[in-house]
Design a protein around this ligand. Structure first.
Ligand code: SIN
Ligand code: CO
Length: 388
């Protein structure tokens, strides 16, 4: 990765400078981050996606049946025809999983770990449309894709920031504006987590939000401890062999806490299990039902690849890899596999290549472990045969 080359996407900053000065810290407006950007999908196509069962979509209508009415998709075909002239927004989640050209855009962000990226949400807003002043708990890059949007940014917020009484939307009761810009197609605004923001469409407009995954501390603790607990036998208990006689039997002595802390430290400090859990957690697909495998035998797969078949990553799959003292670990859509170190280049290829075929797999097709891995990933659904 070129960390020290000025990037147009970051307004001429290098990835290193952006990460040092802005990432998770402060907003950055980048004019023409992607020059002459043209949205790979039209508003009509976005509307079409919102009709699909497996696609997550929402409509926010500012002056609907009640203020800031929220409707959840999938929508009926005639749903959009009945909307007011202005002041509404359609938001469609994870468009990158359904439109390959939108997924392509994520390549611009490869200065960040792919397992931190969550999805590309695409919104279409009629003039005046927006989702109200709010904050998100995640970093976001807001790329203007079509028409113009006015973005206002405000204060840093937290769980104590007052919200309007609203069952479904978290709209801020107060917005202390600090800046305001109108974004044209190709312009992009980076916002760190918890910064108040408020976008309104100047005309028919589409905005792409590249959103990130960051587990909350509560999630880390609850999920990791659940994961750990599977490996702990019931007979492993709080123990106090060698304890001193107690003066007062009703008192919890501080040495009990020391024993608990030692127990926690012993298990929480298991780096291999922590990595396994984290890799699995961060590669959990957003829609696990879309990562369904097909049955294929090792020799069938080999024959197919030799005859020109192409494997691609399932757009709903998530892949990452890591190195441990005894080899490599591949994380694929919530699962992990310990693999021998000699497969490193294959793992990198599987995670990064747009397509896998006889040409780029080359020697790996002669490697039994390599073939087995490809076969398992097809069976699991993280890899699939490309449509002819
Ligand atoms: C939008 O695209 O309308 C909303 C994006 C956001 O504010 O997070
Ligand atoms: Co937001």
């Amino acid at each position: 990765m070129t960390t020290d080359v000025p990037l147009q996407l970051l307004g001429g900053l290098t990835a290193r400078e952006f990460l040092r000065d802005y990432w998770q810290k402060k907003p950055l407006l980048i004019r023409q981050a992607i020059p002459d950007f043209e949205s790979p999908i039209s508003p009509d196509e976005l509307g079409g996606l919102a009709l699909e069962e497996e696609v997550e979509s929402r409509l926010v209508i500012e002056h609907g049946e009640r203020p800031w009415e929220l409707r959840r998709g999938p929508f009926a075909e005639d749903a959009f025809g009945q909307l007011p002239e202005r002041d509404w927004t359609l938001l469609v989640q994870a468009v990158d999983q359904f439109v390959p050209d939108v997924a392509e855009l994520l390549k611009h962000f490869n200065f960040l770990p792919s397992w931190r990226i969550d999805d590309v949400m695409v919104s279409f807003a009629a003039p005046g449309g927006g989702v109200g002043p709010h904050y998100d708990n995640y970093d976001v890059f807001l790329l203007q894709a079509h028409g113009q949007r006015r973005w206002k940014i405000g204060q840093m917020c937290d769980a104590e920031s007052p919200l309007l009484p609203h069952a479904d939307l978290r709209i801020l009761a107060d917005f202390a504006q600090t800046d305001e810009w109108v974004l044209e197609p190709g312009d992009m605004l980076y916002l760190p987590p918890r910064l108040a923001h408020f976008g309104t469409a100047e005309d028919d407009c589409m905005t792409y939000s590249v959103g990130f995954r960051a587990p909350s501390a509560a999630e880390v603790l609850t999920h990791f401890t659940d994961f750990l607990a599977q490996f702990l036998p019931d007979e492993e208990r709080y123990s106090d062999a060698g304890t001193a006689p107690t003066d007062d039997p009703h008192q919890i002595q501080l040495d009990a806490l020391d024993r608990l802390k030692a127990l926690l430290a012993e298990h929480m400090g298991d780096e291999r299990l922590l990595l396994t859990w984290f890799g699995q957690f961060m590669t959990e697909p957003r829609y696990p039902e879309l990562v369904a495998g097909t049955d294929v035998e090792d020799d069938e797969l080999l024959a197919a690849l030799k005859q020109g078949a192409v494997l691609v990553r399932n757009p709903s799959a998530r892949l990452a890899w890591s190195e441990v003292d005894v080899g490599l670990v591949l994380f694929a859509s919530g699962q992990s596999r310990l693999l021998p170190s000699n497969l490193k280049e294959l793992l990198k290829l599987i995670c990064a290549a747009d397509a896998l075929h006889g040409d780029n797999l080359g020697q790996w097709l002669a490697d039994e472990e390599g073939r087995k891995l490809l076969c398992e990933l097809v069976k699991q659904g993280s890899l699939e045969f490309a449509d002819e």
